[in-house]
Design a protein around this ligand. Structure first.
Ligand SMILES: Cc1cn([C@H]2C[C@H](O)[C@@H](COP(=O)(O)OP(=O)(O)OP(=O)(O)O)O2)c(=O)[nH]c1=O
Length: 199
């Protein structure tokens, strides 16, 4: 796509998540470049989930901003918490089953951090969403895990797919659960001075 103002900063999406590209497209934003950050996502000892989502979103943005100092960098991180437990991306089917058993019939929280860096200035938000799952039978869990939709997703499910049928209630931001709070991302980009028209 040609850019009307070649001097305008480019938008770099610091993410390997296909969902984040789709979500940005939903609000008419196409990053000029996708350059994922490869950082250690291990939580610190006793780190609160909101703080973890913020720290990782800011770290991803910072790592990529070093490579693109003249551009605007957007990054995000999604963390799923059940009680005091953090559910990362399941390593295998057995772990995906364990996660779904934990989520079954109860509420959990999804925290998504989003960070924007422009000219060394970082701005960020963390959005908390409460999600309620209906009780899941063994068969439902087995069928879901067989679908493979759990792969690469925090908590082992994707609200945008078949798992939508498990969600009895959500309070917060649906796109944030999918990986990017669009309202907040748009505001941060606007606040940084980046304009979609320049893309
Ligand atoms: C809970 C949930 C998570 N997810 C996904 C969004 C994220 O891609 C992923 C959480 O992992 P993240 O570490 O936030 O992101 P990522 O590793 O996929 O990409 P990157 O670090 O390069 O930005 O889980 C869904 O797609 N749907 C859901 O309902």
């Amino acid at each position: 796509m040609s850019r009307p103002d070649a001097s305008a900063p480019r938008l770099i999406l610091a993410s390997s998540s296909p969902r984040r590209i789709e979500l940005l497209a939903q609000i008419g934003i196409a990053p000029d470049l996708v350059d994922p950050a490869d950082i250690d996502e291990t939580p610190l000892k006793a780190e609160a989930p909101a703080r973890l989502a913020q720290r990782l979103a800011c770290s991803k943005a910072a790592v990529v901003a070093e490579r693109h100092p003249d551009d605007v960098v957007l990054a995000a991180d999604t963390v799923v918490a059940v009680g005091r437990r953090l559910l990362e991306k399941p390593a295998d089917e057995a772990e995906a089953i364990r996660f779904l058993e934990l989520l079954s019939g109860r509420n959990h929280r999804v925290f998504t951090g989003v960070a924007v860096i422009r000219s060394g200035r970082v701005s960020w938000r963390v959005v908390e969403t409460r999600v309620s799952f209906k009780p899941l039978s063994r068969d439902e869990i087995a069928a879901y895990v067989a679908s493979g939709e759990w792969r690469g997703k925090a908590g082992g499910y994707g609200i945008q797919g078949r798992a939508a049928a498990f969600v009895s209630r959500i309070v917060g931001s649906h796109p944030a659960v999918m990986g990017l709070p669009l309202y907040e991302a748009a505001n941060l980009l606007r606040g940084s001075g980046w304009r979609a028209e320049a893309a």
